[in-house]
Design a protein around this ligand. Structure first.
Ligand code: WQD
Length: 339
């Protein structure tokens, strides 16, 4: 069978790079578009070291419609996995228009090219933020989408709406993957998360504190109605998350999808509190972590973790790695990237 050519936008980012590796391992030919707005070109060499295959790479800004068109004029693509987007919640509230332009504009241009060239297979990076604080835990796909708390979250909700409507109007076949909290790094420790500046997310802050880059971790709130008072999330190893994209892509290519637009929860299915993360990290790193309890962070929800029953069954996918393995990989990655 001829190798399927898959375009991965944002393919040098955290989740994108791990997905490129898994695509290559699964026998797909990968073309990456990335404008390096939140990553480094060296990731391309690292992917090549891991898989032995250098993916084709283009530095294209997807907000430039003519450049997007030109790319598609010159490439025949069988499917697209669309990661390229801004993803910082706080920043999105400061610069909403930049977020709408980048996260929505790029999506529309890609979908227009897909329509014009009859490319049908599309995987979209969505987010568990669409559920807000769900009334019931674990969160199933039947939980209602709640009004977004942030511009970032809204771009994911609007993105899903745009895709859903396009699936009705055209022959687009799409799957949105609603990620919970992706963490960890590739087992080779050649690729991982590269947060710019002070990390906003828990795990990079934990590893940077353990590495001595940050003085102490602030735990945001210990008065939540949870097992130990700290907020609960569903942390998923980024390689498991990457593999969910391969499963979703195969579902579309093999025409196993039940509807033109589908969405699935991609999490581990386990809820873990901040203090439990700290305890597990201390065990893995064999170091005590310097932390203190402070007040709640604005906009945080109490608890979110996935019911993955539907994703497990429909995608024929499940997680293979646990929290310890993810934190171990994140810690090794941190030690390798000292600065
Ligand atoms: C996890 C927990 C914090 C930092 C992120 C994205 C969101 C969505 C899901 C993609 C919370 C606590 C954190 C710190 C802490 N992703 N914490 N001290 O808030 O679940 O959301 O993942 O769409 O958009 O932002 O993840 O890693 O920021 O926080 O105590 O220094 O750790 O309060 O309970 P969150 P996070």
């Amino acid at each position: 069978m001829k190798m399927k050519k898959i375009l991965v936008t944002g393919g040098l980012g955290f989740i994108g790079s791990h997905t490129v590796v898994e695509l290559q391992n699964a026998g797909f030919e990968v073309i990456i578009i990335d404008n390096l707005s939140n990553t480094k070109i060296s990731v391309l060499d690292k992917i090549t070291e891991i898989t032995g295959l250098k993916p084709e790479y283009h530095n294209i800004d997807l907000r430039v419609k003519e450049d997007v068109k030109l790319f598609f004029n010159n490439h025949k693509i069988d499917g697209i996995i669309h990661f390229a987007a801004f993803k910082a919640v706080g920043e999105s509230m400061q610069n909403p228009l930049d977020y709408y332009e980048n996260n929505i504009g790029s999506l529309v241009y890609l979908l227009q090219e897909m329509r014009d060239r009859k490319i049908t297979n599309f995987i979209f990076s969505s987010s568990c933020t669409v559920y807000g604080q769900a009334d019931q835990l674990p969160i199933t796909e039947n939980a209602p989408v709640k009004t977004a708390e942030s511009t970032y979250g809204n771009t994911k909700q609007i993105g899903e709406e745009i895709i859903k409507e396009t699936c009705k109007a055209d022959n687009l076949q799409a799957i949105a993957l609603r990620y919970f909290n992706p963490i960890g790094a590739h087992e080779s420790i050649k690729i991982g998360e590269l947060p710019l500046g002070v990390p906003q997310n828990l795990i990079p802050f934990v590893t940077q504190t353990a590495a001595g880059i940050r003085k102490e971790l602030a735990v945001f709130g210990d008065d939540y109605p949870t097992i130990d008072g700290t907020a609960v999330r569903d942390y998923i190893h980024v390689v498991d998350l990457a593999k969910a994209h391969i499963a979703a892509l195969k579902r579309l290519i093999n025409k196993e999808n039940k509807e033109n637009f589908e969405f699935f929860n991609v999490g581990s299915g386990t809820g873990t509190s901040v203090l439990e993360v700290i305890k597990t990290f201390e065990k893995v790193s064999k170091k005590p972590l310097n932390y203190k309890i402070v007040g709640r962070r604005e906009g945080d929800i109490t608890a979110a973790y996935a019911d993955t029953t539907i994703a497990n069954k429909e995608l024929n996918w499940q997680t293979e790695k646990n929290l310890e393995e993810a934190l171990d990989a994140a810690w090794q990655w941190q030690q390798k990237n000292k600065e």
